[in-house]
Design a protein around this ligand. Structure first.
Ligand SMILES: [Zn+2]
Length: 285
């Protein structure tokens, strides 16, 4: 009789615990659940789409920075594509991450900074380094705790062989554009320059996927696959001298990996950004 009871109740217990996190991540949670987080504008805007997903606010302290981040994942398939969103002013990226999490499982970690790009003067995407001394000009203080917590959360959810993933929004014809190349960031266009200049959808100069590596020779195979999918590509060449403590630089230098994709789309262009996610998922799933 005892045996029958156990086998009958076990699946129910597993289901009830589907938003459960490993103890090291659980210990960072300050608020849990959609209702208690509904006043955050990213949550409010996506409230209906977030139903059925696990939603937690985590917090940790490093020096004068009391970091807060929203951790959102799909309880039906928690392991998979897991995105990092460092910039709280990039609302379309957040909307796109909710879409990706619902559709493909996995989840994302999004920095909370009152809707701003910077948190207390620090760009969250210039804050990655294991070092106990400051190594980048964009970094106000050493950040080994920030780096280790963000990456332990990413690695908890990142599926086997899944790349490190980021989502960003940029400004129309701003500093980031596929029409410009530099010594450390090479552009590869999926469309003719005339098509790119029309500024529509995937071809827009602001729609691009960043990849990164340490070699001055671009990974031609990977680039050509992305271009065939219809994605403009920027290859970032990373080395210790040019290290800017961004996530891409840390993945290459700190984690010894070239398996990184950052999907960039213009502010407000979440339809395009979701389309870009669908295309990239064909490649990395
Ligand atoms: Zn950004």
């Amino acid at each position: 009789m005892k045996k029958i009871l156990i086998s009958f109740f076990l699946p129910i217990v597993i289901f009830a615990n589907s938003c459960t996190l490993p103890s090291d991540i659980k210990s960072l949670i300050v608020k849990s659940g959609l209702i208690s987080l509904k006043n955050y504008s990213d949550i409010k805007r996506n409230y209906r789409s977030l139903k059925g997903l696990c939603v937690d606010l985590i917090s940790f302290k490093e020096g004068r920075f009391n970091w807060k981040m929203l951790l959102i994942f799909n309880p039906k398939a928690p392991r998979g594509a897991f995105w990092f969103l460092p910039h709280d002013n990039e609302n379309s990226a957040f909307n796109s991450a909710v879409y990706a999490t619902r559709k493909y499982g996995g989840g994302f970690l999004s920095v909370v900074a009152g809707g701003n790009r910077y948190f207390k003067g620090q760009d969250p995407n210039r804050n990655f380094s294991d070092s106990s001394v400051r190594v980048c000009s964009g970094q106000l203080a050493p950040s080994p705790i920030y780096t280790s917590i963000v990456f332990s959360i990413i690695n908890n959810f990142r599926g086997v062989n899944m790349p490190y993933l980021a989502l960003h929004n940029n400004t129309n014809r701003g500093g980031i554009t596929i029409l410009k190349s530099s010594k450390y960031a090479k552009s590869f266009l999926a469309y003719s320059v005339a098509e790119v200049k029309k500024g529509i959808g995937l071809a827009d100069e602001d729609s691009l996927v960043y990849i990164a590596g340490s070699s001055f020779n671009p990974p031609i195979q990977k680039i050509s696959t992305l271009i065939h999918l219809g994605l403009n590509v920027k290859y970032e060449i990373v080395n210790r001298n040019s290290n800017d403590c961004s996530m891409s630089n840390y993945v290459v230098i700190g984690r010894g990996s070239n398996n990184y994709y950052n999907i960039e789309a213009q502010h407000g262009k979440s339809v395009t950004q979701k389309r870009m996610i669908d295309l990239l998922m064909r490649l990395i799933r």
